[in-house]
Write a protein that binds this ligand. Structure first.
Ligand SMILES: CC(C)(COP(=O)(O)OP(=O)(O)OC[C@H]1O[C@@H](n2cnc3c(N)ncnc32)[C@H](O)[C@@H]1OP(=O)(O)O)[C@@H](O)C(=O)NCCC(=O)NCCS
Length: 188
């Protein structure tokens, strides 16, 4: 048996068994995983603190990825892939459109602490949460961070390591901290 065959068989086993385990472990009205989705046993889908998680058809969620609702609703569209160690919080709502690619260690945080009053502990000032909306066919690069209130248009690309603080137009490529437009997709 070649190394590649062995690797593929191990991978298939892990994905199949983990899907079943995930459905058992999280069988509740709060977490719905389409039967065709493949969720690593080492991924975490956590709706313990309220909210819901909906995983669409043919979604792939890799090892160490974490989806944590924190009271909000997380909706992952069909054919989305979420790679190793990506973290998706749900606070104010998070929607990922069909076919979108999320690279390793990407981070989605639809929430901010209120910190206006310097005389009150930040932890006691509450939070704001507008939500995050990622369109279809978006590519979020490795280690990118998407902050609250951001809408990313269809077909956009977020460069590795970007911190996205403002919404992104469709088919644009953004990068840097804070993220700015670095190019556009399509004919020049
Ligand atoms: C953004 C990316 C896709 C390249 O897009 P591109 O449109 O071909 O960009 P270019 O390479 O032509 O670079 C255009 C400009 O953006 C800058 N740039 C490219 N990647 C950048 C990044 N990650 N952060 C900040 N700036 C970046 C370049 O330095 C260049 O700047 P300049 O014009 O001042 O020289 C690529 O750099 C990238 O980040 N890929 C993500 C890889 C990844 O995460 N893979 C995970 C596997 S799923």
């Amino acid at each position: 048996m070649t190394h590649l065959t062995s690797f593929l068989q191990t991978l298939l086993f892990e994905l199949r068994s983990s899907s079943a385990r995930t459905r058992l472990r999280y069988a509740s009205t709060r977490v719905r995983v389409d039967p065709s989705a493949r969720v690593s046993m080492r991924a975490v889908l956590d709706a313990v603190h309220g909210g819901t998680i909906t995983i669409g058809p043919n979604v792939l969620i890799s090892r160490g990825a974490r989806i944590l609702t924190h009271g909000g609703d997380v909706e992952i569209g069909a054919d989305v892939s979420i790679n190793d160690l990506a973290i998706l919080y749900g606070h104010g709502g998070l929607r990922i459109g069909r076919g979108t690619r999320i690279a390793a260690q990407a981070l989605f945080i639809p929430s901010n602490h209120v910190f206006a009053d310097p005389d009150v502990l930040i932890k006691d000032q509450g939070e704001t949460s507008e939500g995050i909306d990622i369109g279809e066919d978006v590519w979020v690069g490795a280690g990118a961070t998407i902050l609250d209130g951001v809408r990313i248009g269809r077909g956009a690309v977020v460069a590795a390591g970007a911190v996205v603080v403002r919404s992104v137009e469709p088919y644009t490529v953004v990068g840097g901290v804070p993220a700015r437009v670095i190019s556009h997709r399509g004919p020049a």
